[in-house]
Design a protein around this ligand. Structure first.
Ligand SMILES: [Zn+2]
Length: 259
């Protein structure tokens, strides 16, 4: 049984981890605390190299890792200046293992769940189709929540890619997001979307639910514990009523106790 949850902030993103923690605290009967960046708190001399070991090299290659000096230097800089990093996908399970080994022994038990909100894109290898899949979260200890993964992992509506392609043919760049949003039917999240915090609440709860019950994602598309592959599904699950399916509403409906 989980007794304690610690969330770690990702201050260079627009995810408000404190607000997510407050939301979680209203729904689960455990103590919820927030700490600063995971990658900063547990940083040591080996961390840049170990992060470099988890780099995905090619979308269709299960091998990861490039620890040449230039890459390790890049990872050092990315730890110092996360706002400048980007464009790299990391093996979520490899990263989870390396980050987990840095949690102090007395906090590593499953009664104390650590949830690292990260400014990195993470993926998992799909052995069924031979390619990497970006993820919004990686469940386990610690659980990883990828803020950029929220924008990149679930597929956007078909029309989005078509509009982007059309615009690129005419002007060789990406159309402004206001243009894309106003011309495309179907809801989706874009980079730094103002709905980021609200959406991620459900992904954080999934991390708790998995450790607490051993259950994976919910099959009910309107439930915050579901894990849709497409953006319109994410909006439906996380931003529209109802918040949960009947079964999970019983467990996680907001408790109206006064504090
Ligand atoms: Zn459910």
């Amino acid at each position: 049984m989980v007794e304690k949850v610690t969330l770690y902030r990702a201050p260079t993103t627009n995810a408000d981890t404190d607000a997510i923690a407050e939301w979680l605290d209203d729904r689960v009967d455990v103590s919820v605390t927030v700490r600063d960046r995971f990658l900063l708190r547990y940083r040591d001399d080996n961390l840049p190299t170990e992060i470099a070991e988890t780099r995905v090299l090619s979308p269709n290659d299960p091998e990861t890792g490039n620890t040449m000096m230039g890459i390790v230097r890049y990872e050092e800089r990315a730890l110092e200046h996360p706002e400048r990093a980007g464009g790299v996908v990391y093996d979520g399970l490899g990263l989870q293992q390396r980050l987990g080994s840095r949690i102090p022994d007395d906090e590593r038990g499953l009664d104390h769940l650590h949830i690292a909100v990260l400014d990195r894109v993470v993926g998992t290898w799909g052995s069924h189709d031979g390619r990497w899949h970006k993820r919004v979260n990686v469940l386990g200890q610690p659980a990883l929540i990828s803020v950029p993964g929220l924008y990149e992992a679930p597929a956007k509506p078909e029309a989005y890619y078509k509009a982007k392609q059309k615009h690129a043919l005419m002007s060789n760049d990406t159309p402004p997001r206001e243009v894309l949003e106003s011309t495309i039917d179907g809801d989706f999240l874009v980079e730094d979307d103002p709905r980021t915090t609200e959406t991620l609440k459900g992904y954080v709860l999934q991390a708790f639910h998995y450790i607490e019950t051993g259950e994976g994602f919910c099959d009910e598309p309107s439930c915050r514990l579901s894990n849709p592959h497409r953006q319109p599904g994410v909006v439906k699950a996380q931003l529209r009523e109802p918040e949960f399916c009947a079964k999970h509403a019983k467990r996680y409906k907001k408790t109206l106790t006064t504090r």
